[in-house]
Design a protein around this ligand. Structure first.
Ligand code: DI6
Ligand code: FE
Length: 400
């Protein structure tokens, strides 16, 4: 196994410690194969590593590789025309009549081949990778029929083979009700969504099961049905909850020990208590808040008070968040939601790992995966502070 010694670095270890960011000013990091063998003060470097050739980092900052824990990067077409129509004064109804909205993405995704889905997703994935992302979650949910849902998940798996990035998939068949099942959501779940979930699971395409619990999507009872099916397959769940209204989705998800509840602008204290009791992470998505010009803020102070782990993600999708920058997401988390830069960094590392159920990532410590981002900054707050500026100098994925 090859070993590497990175010296003269600042380490934002994000370990639990009394030091902000778990920061080590004069740090050294040793990589052994795909894992971190040492991350600590230069002066305490174990003697066994002294003989390695040093890669001098000239004081640069090393963080864990970033994790985007909520994306819809695989989809067909885009909705720029719809964006333009609305800014030219068209109403939502006019946009819908012209074929706009989420169902226009469903039509475009159904028309795309698996190859085309991969090809159109890769530029978005590359933009994320260029900012130091090493793990990416990708959801299905723009197919809403068996073949297209499976195509989306296969495309997501292929992205992990075509790029040096780890992909976790979430089955989001319960994202919207397809036109042919209008007014018959339960029939859609029974006839399409759940059988497709079982088949996708059989093919090894599913790491978690997601849903959209909302007046315009699925009711809590319908989501329960989806979660029961996930539990029967031994799959963890997560939920788009309390984005536009409060239906108690977060508490429902927590009662299934969900990995995360996501969006959460309309979350109340009962929901937060349930999340805290079940270890469910909160995933905040400021890109959607920004794009929809939402004014209701997620209850950050209460999430803090109950010590719910808070993650941040792009929600990269063609409608509510056409955002392929996790650094900008961090800035938005601070500026729009008033998170601290340390919370933002933990939100795209340690807590994003929690939201995906990954125990091998998210901090710099012995035994974790050697997924690293190296930045030309003086202080970790710079990552959240700058807008439209990428200070990444090197990304290390699985040690290389
Ligand atoms: N919430 C969202 O913001 C996106 N999906 C979801 O469940 C919207 C997806 C889209 O408009 O294409
Ligand atoms: Fe989403």
């Amino acid at each position: 196994m090859s070993q590497r010694l990175l010296t003269n670095a600042k380490l934002a270890t994000l370990r639990d410690s009394n030091t902000p960011y778990g920061l080590i000013e004069r740090g050294t990091l040793v990589i052994d194969g795909e894992t971190i063998a040492y991350a600590g003060p230069q002066k305490d470097l174990p003697a066994v590593f002294h003989g390695l050739a040093a890669e001098d980092q000239h004081g640069r900052l090393i963080t864990p590789g970033l994790i985007d824990c909520h994306t819809h990067v695989v989809f067909g077409g885009n909705r720029a025309r719809e964006f333009e129509m609305r800014l030219n004064g068209a109403t939502y109804e006019e946009v819908a009549r012209a074929g706009g909205g989420i169902l226009s993405t469903v039509t475009a995704t159904r028309a795309a081949s698996e190859d085309e889905l991969v090809e159109t997703a890769l530029p978005r994935v590359d933009a994320l990778i260029a900012e130091g992302i090493t793990t990416l979650e990708i959801k299905s949910g723009y197919g809403l029929d068996r073949d297209t849902e499976l195509n989306m998940l296969r495309a997501a798996r292929r992205i992990a083979r075509e790029r040096a990035v780890r992909v976790r998939t979430s089955f989001l068949g319960a994202h919207a009700i397809p036109p042919d099942y209008k007014g018959r959501a339960d029939a859609y779940l029974d006839e399409i969504c759940l059988p497709t979930l079982r088949q996708a699971h059989e093919e090894g395409l599913v790491d978690a099961v997601d849903g959209f619990c909302e007046g315009i999507a699925f009711s809590p009872d319908q989501i329960r049905k989806v979660f029961d099916a996930a539990a029967a397959l031994g799959l963890p769940v997560k939920l788009h909850a309390e984005q536009l209204s409060n239906l108690g989705g977060a508490a429902l998800a927590a009662s299934y020990n969900a990995l995360s509840a996501d969006h959460l602008e309309y979350l109340d204290e009962d929901g937060i208590k349930a999340m805290a009791a079940h270890g469910t992470a909160a995933v905040l998505l400021p890109g959607a808040f920004y794009t929809l010009r939402e004014t209701q803020h997620p209850p950050l102070d209460l999430l803090r008070a109950y010590k719910v782990p808070i993650a941040l993600a792009t929600d990269c999708n063609p409608g509510s968040s056409p955002l392929a920058s996790l650094l900008l997401t961090m800035n938005m988390g601070c500026t729009l939601f008033r998170m601290t830069p340390e919370e933002a960094l933990r939100g795209v590392t340690t807590n994003a790992a929690k939201a995906l159920g990954l125990e091998d990532s998210g901090t710099l410590e012995e035994g974790k995966r050697a997924d690293l981002a190296i930045w030309n900054v003086e202080h970790p707050a710079e990552l959240s502070y700058r807008i439209g500026f990428n200070s990444l100098t090197q990304r290390i994925f699985g040690g290389s």
